[in-house]
Write a protein that binds this ligand. Structure first.
Ligand code: CA
Length: 225
């Protein structure tokens, strides 16, 4: 089992097709037929990647993408009925990792899913409004607060998001490019050096130098210690 993929698609025939191909490659599949159901499933199942249709009943795929992105680093592959540049850009701006247009080849879809997972590290994510913690560091998303050993720690919003990214991926090497995607929403004018500067500031404020390790030539990794 390679982990669970959440397929968000209101057309059952398409969902079944995607499910069959993902299962053949060893993935588990959870199917949601609406955006609301997708968010709900993400609170119950640790998910490696979301395949997300745009045209959905209720909240649309873009809104699901934004809501997921605000709360998790789970990779998102958008499926859209329209090969429309504006829609493609909107999908990527909403935080999607890739974009496939219908009609699509299920084999290509699975290949893209695997490529994204190779690039992003393939950790499973569970949606939580609550508290992320590692060692004695706690981050409360709802309250926007951080504590270290029970004492409050003041972080800028960028440092807060950076810490959330590390706490959501314990033990996973996050490359500087991946951190730029997760925290800055894409390649940033300041480049990967910006990541190093913010990691250094975050380490200094946390006073837990071992929590976020440097992995030579690869990026950073959060470890409980
Ligand atoms: Ca649809």
């Amino acid at each position: 089992m390679q982990g669970v993929i959440l397929v968000v698609e209101d057309e059952q025939a398409i969902a079944e097709l995607v499910r069959a191909y993902l299962k053949r490659d060893g993935f588990g599949v959870v199917w949601a037929s609406s955006g609301e159901q997708a968010l709900d499933e993400m609170t119950r199942n640790p998910v490696k990647l979301v395949v997300l249709d745009i045209g959905l009943p209720g909240i649309d795929g873009f809104e699901v993408c934004r809501r997921l992105r605000a709360r998790t680093g789970v990779p998102i592959l958008i499926l859209s009925a329209r090969d429309d540049e504006v829609e493609r850009v909107a999908g990527l701006e909403a935080g999607a990792d890739d974009y496939v247009t219908k009609p699509f080849s299920p084999r290509e879809l699975v290949a893209r899913v695997k490529a994204i997972l190779r690039r992003t590290g393939g950790a499973s994510e569970l949606l939580t409004d609550g508290v992320l913690s590692l060692a004695d560091v706690q981050l409360d998303r709802a309250a926007r607060s951080v504590s270290v050993g029970g004492a409050p720690c003041e972080l800028t919003s960028r440092e807060f998001e950076l810490l959330a990214a590390f706490l959501a991926h314990p033990g996973v090497v996050l490359s500087r490019d991946r951190l730029l995607e997760l925290v800055w929403g894409g390649p940033f004018a300041g480049g990967t050096r910006t990541v190093d500067v913010h990691v250094a500031q975050l380490r200094a404020k946390l006073g837990r130098p071992d929590l976020i390790r440097t992995v030579r030539g690869a990026g950073y990794k959060a470890l409980a210690s």
